[in-house]
Every structure is written in C-alpha cells, then in structure tokens.
Write a protein that binds this ligand. Structure first.
Ligand code: ZN
Length: 305
C-alpha cells in the first residue's frame, strides 16, 4: 500500500510527500538512509521511501512511502484505517509556477535521532485539526507528468482536474501533443506541450533538445527546440536529478526521449525562416522521460481496448 506523507528526524517539523522527499534527496538535503515515520494519529510506524535514488520515473518506478508491516500502524492511525472517509479524492491537484522562497533551505535535524523518537518529534502541525499541506501540491512538472501518466492509464484524464495559475483545468486539456498542431494559432497558449524528442549534451555543459514530432505551419513542419544553458542548470536546486536523468537518456537511448514542457511556443516575428522554440526559464517546468512510457501507455490502452 502506498502512503502519501511522512515525517523524518532529518527535517524536523516538516510533513513530506514522497515527491518532496525525492526532491530533497536529489538536492542533497536528505540522506539515502533517512528514516521516515507515519503521520497518523498516535502512529509511530516506520516507513521507507521507495525509489528515492532512482533518477528515472515511469508508471512502475516512482517515489512512494510504504510501511514494512501493516501491524506497525497504531489502531488510531487514520492513514491506513478508515480510508473510505477520504473526501480529498475529487480535489484538484495544484501546480505552482514558482516555489516559495527557502523551499530548499537546510533544516536542522531533530536533536534526538533514535527511531522511536521520529514520531515523538512530530510537529504540532501534524495534529489532525491543524491545516494540512496538500499532498497533491506540486512544483516540479515531473510530478504532474507522473499524475498525467497515471490518469491516462486509468482513463480519467477528462475528469481529473488540476489548478494552475489560479485556473482549474483538466489533465486532458492541459497536456497537448505538439504533433501536427497549427503553431501560428497557438503562440499564446501556455500548456504542457509534449512529444518525442532527441536530446544531446552541448560542449559547454548544457543540453539541446529537438522534438522529433513537428508542429504544422502552412505547408511546413516545424520541430520545436529547447536549450538548457549550463548556468541555469548550475543554479537549479534539483540539478543533480536533472543531470542524472538526462545523462541516463543519452547513455541508454542515445537521447531519444519523450519531452514535456510547460511553456508557450515561440516564433520569430520575421517569418522568412520560421522556427519554433520553447523557452524554459524555470527548470522545474521541463521533464524528460524514457521512450518506455510510450510503450507503457500503448500497453495500458490495449488492456481495455
Ligand atoms: Zn500509521
């Protein structure tokens, strides 16, 4: 069973989603051997965070918390008991375009670190009456892509909603394949544009990406490009994960990948030699996945076809 939230003595006072733990691990703010505990009422169940150190993500590989044994949870633990009462299922996910300041600040670990104290050191905010951080509050596009893949598998893209820039939309409307869409009509459309692409490392330590599926522009086909500058990567708190993921794609598939970017397509005003670019100012807004996700999606479609 997968559990959404946990506390850890390494981040005293913070309730973590598995995605957040994953980001902190890749930002060198959480150790590989970090211990986690259940946030349920009166519950001290130790949890582990699966896939914490895996750079790649797909439908089978994703970070999540789980307990060793169900019996570890207290009888009062609402996390594993009384799950039927969950009213949060229909709530929209939230994607924040910017992280709050200090999101990757180092936090003092709890002074006592014996496993029994993990739960004892829980913050006051972990009490059930306190306002809770939303488990489905995302900053990295990759988290949203993960949900998109899961909803696509579950065939509820049209019903699953996400709040982005204060507006609520569906996953189906938000994610748009670039393939053969008329780009001139879409220059003002900020969406999660996606498609197959080829990635390569540049000499200066950055990356260059070119979609292999094109937009349509008159009779021409325009393959959008993205440049990730080395200096932007160096300034990005989760750069280790970004580089590990990108380098793995280059090593394993020669850079063939599926690219997702939250942006507007951009074209030069002088249309003599038209081309399309996506500008990524915030590296949280791009996600690249291995081509196996195409295969997974095909397979999952076939199941109920
Ligand atoms: Zn529990």
């Amino acid at each position: 069973m997968s559990i959404e939230e946990a506390v850890t003595p390494e981040r005293d006072g913070e309730r973590l989603t598995a995605e957040r733990a994953y980001e902190l691990y890749w930002a060198d703010l959480l150790g590989r051997d970090a211990r986690f505990a259940c946030v349920g009422t009166g519950c001290h169940a130790p949890l582990i965070c699966a896939c914490l150190d895996k750079p790649e993500q797909n439908l089978r590989i994703r970070p999540y918390f789980r307990s060793y044994r169900l019996e570890d949870h207290a009888p009062t633990c609402e996390v594993v008991h009384a799950r039927g009462e969950k009213a949060t299922q229909k709530q929209a996910d939230v994607f924040e375009a910017e992280r709050p300041p200090g999101h990757f600040r180092h936090r003092e670990p709890a002074s006592t670190t014996s496993p029994a104290n993990v739960a004892a050191r829980r913050p006051a905010s972990a009490s059930p009456s306190a306002p809770r951080p939303r488990a489905s509050h995302y900053y990295r596009l990759s988290s949203l892509v993960q949900k998109f893949l899961e909803h696509r598998r579950d065939k509820d893209l049209a019903e699953a909603t996400v709040e982005i820039g204060g507006e609520t939309t569906t996953y189906e409307a938000l994610f748009r394949n670039v393939y053969r869409q008329k780009v001139a009509d879409l220059l003002g459309t900020r969406a999660v544009w996606w498609g197959t692409a080829n990635l390569r490392a540049t000499k200066d330590g950055g990356y260059y990406l070119r979609f292999s599926r094109p937009f349509r522009h008159g009779d021409a086909e325009l393959r959008p490009t993205i440049t990730l500058a080395a200096k932007d990567i160096e300034a990005y708190p989760v750069r280790k994960l970004l580089r590990a993921r990108l380098d793995k794609l280059i090593a394993e598939t020669d850079g063939y990948c599926v690219a997702f970017v939250w942006a507007k397509p951009w074209m030069p005003k002088d249309a003599e030699n038209p081309f399309v670019r996506f500008y990524v100012n915030n590296l949280d807004h791009i996600d690249l996945r291995g081509p196996e996700i195409l295969e997974e999606l095909k397979n999952t479609s076939r199941v109920s076809a």
